[in-house]
Design a binder for this molecule. Structure first.
Ligand SMILES: C[S@@+](CC[C@H](N)C(=O)[O-])C[C@H]1O[C@@H](n2cnc3c(N)ncnc32)[C@H](O)[C@@H]1O
Length: 238
């Protein structure tokens, strides 16, 4: 959504420290990042060596921001299905993807993103959504892309060691209600489940069914076209 719209002024936020650090590195030191990415090899031994750097916290903390960002991009491109998953100790645990020619270093794209981030007013936050959204008011358009609701635990939602359960979905809904009362336009994507439909069963919201193509699902039956919902809190006038 962000790259599609390429707004001139925006705030992006994610709780994942490595993800936001990667955006900051792309903005500030893209040439160094490209240099490091070019050194990476797509083989199983290199993959596990780089993946397992987070098993030793002291060693991990000695990595530079560029090395951490390069690691995240490398793992995203070479791991199974481009999944991001950590275990309860916060260790990245997706296996090697065995892809023939993954685009580990897309230098043109990285330079374009860097240029875009440097020539527009883009603020990058690494906070819980409730803090990040505290000032969203009538001049704001807010797109929310939370971990999807998963009633049966078959869908992959483990982006953080502590997960994002129904309490978190409800807390997010309450934050969206507050933003609606302040006049912000909000658009949320989520899984099409009974729980989500009930949670947003309110005059404020329109629920739109969409079919989305997904490669990320721990259960292969859930890959391909899946039912999702877009929930919006404003009405167009005819
Ligand atoms: C469906 S992913 C969306 C990722 C991102 N929009 C993208 O397209 O790459 C859900 C994201 O929610 C983030 N998240 C989980 N809990 C959060 C919280 N309490 N506050 C903010 N972000 C959170 C996860 O780190 C994860 O990156």
């Amino acid at each position: 959504m962000f790259f599609e719209l390429q707004p001139k002024r925006a705030i992006i936020n994610d709780f994942n420290t490595q993800l936001i650090l990667t955006y900051r590195v792309i903005k500030d030191t893209v040439e160094e990042l490209i240099r490091v990415l070019k050194h990476y090899k797509n083989d199983e031994e290199s993959f596990y060596e780089i993946r397992n750097l987070d098993r030793n916290t002291i060693r991990f903390n000695t990595l530079t921001p560029v090395e951490k960002a390069a690691r995240l991009i490398f793992l995203n491109k070479t791991c199974f299905n481009g999944l991001y998953r950590v275990n309860s100790q916060g260790h990245f645990n997706v296996p090697y993807g065995r892809y023939k020619n993954p685009a580990i270093c897309e230098e043109i794209v990285l330079r374009h993103i860097s240029d875009y981030l440097n020539t527009n007013e883009i603020n990058m936050l690494n906070e819980d959504f409730e803090n990040a959204l505290i000032n969203a008011g009538e001049k704001s358009f807010v797109y929310l892309d939370p971990p999807y609701h998963s009633p049966d635990k078959t869908n992959f939602t483990g982006y953080q060691a502590d997960g994002f359960g129904e309490e978190e979905q409800e807390r997010l809904r309450n934050v969206i209600i507050k933003m609606t009362n302040r006049g912000a336009k909000c658009l949320l994507s989520n899984a099409d489940t009974e729980y989500i439909r009930e949670l947003y069963d309110h005059d404020y919201f329109d629920i739109i069914s969409v079919q989305a193509k997904r490669a990320i699902n721990s259960d292969s039956a859930g890959r391909g076209n899946v039912n999702e919902v877009l929930i919006k809190n404003w009405r167009e006038f005819p």
